[in-house]
Design a protein around this ligand. Structure first.
Ligand code: ADP
Length: 186
């Protein structure tokens, strides 16, 4: 089963996607993790992405699409994967559809982890105290939520149109969310 995970920042999709991939033996690819690593390593990609990430903006589509295409063309995304944090815009979703088709890889489900805005704000501010991620300050969090609403939420409709959308309620205990995800992910 090949999946994309959708959901606002703070929905828990990163944590859940990682756990689920471990349990099911799928490849987990988080674009946020790849970008943070690139920034830490000071690579060209990292240098280009850093400013956008600090501001809570999306990095340009071509950078991120190129990164995913490398993985698909190298055959690393094939039999069982979870994409976490990609796609995040309609052009990214369209590119993903086209490249998967080109390499004859299926996309079976788009799983939306649904969490309301108040809860997200609360969780992210709380995480800020614990992890100290540079994009977890109040202003940047607000911007990330706004960017999600404007640029990412429309892909929910895109996947509804492709008839592969599944919604899981994310406002529950991590265990219950995990179990609900397990039901749809295999
Ligand atoms: P969150 O979902 O909590 O915002 P992520 O770790 O998924 O966190 O992403 C962190 C940042 O990395 C984003 O705010 C954005 O700047 C960048 N990023 C990650 N994935 C993408 C993507 N697919 N397109 C553009 N930017 C991305």
């Amino acid at each position: 089963m090949n999946l994309v995970f959708l959901g606002p920042p703070g929905s828990g999709k990163g944590t859940q996607a990682k756990k689920l991939a471990e349990k099911l033996g799928y490849v987990h690819l988080s674009t946020g993790d790849v970008l943070r690593q690139a920034v830490a390593d000071g690579t060209e990609l990292g240098k280009k992405a850093d400013g956008y990430m600090k501001a809570g903006e999306l990095v340009p589509d071509d950078l991120i699409i190129g990164l995913i295409e490398e993985q698909v063309s190298a055959g690393k995304l094939k039999n069982g994967f979870i994409l976490d944090g990609f796609p995040r815009t309609i052009p990214q979703a369209e590119s993903l559809r086209d490249m998967l088709k080109k390499y004859q890889v299926s996309l079976d489900k788009a799983v939306l982890l649904d969490v309301g805005e108040d809860e997200i704000m609360k969780r992210l501010l709380n995480r800020a105290k614990i992890e100290g991620r540079p994009d977890d300050t109040e202003d940047v969090i607000k911007n990330r939520i706004e960017v999600y609403k404007q640029q990412t939420a429309p892909i929910v409709e895109f996947y509804k149109g492709e008839s592969i959308l599944q919604t899981v309620r994310g406002e529950d205990t991590p265990e219950n969310v995990f179990n609900a995800l397990l039901q749809v992910a295999q």
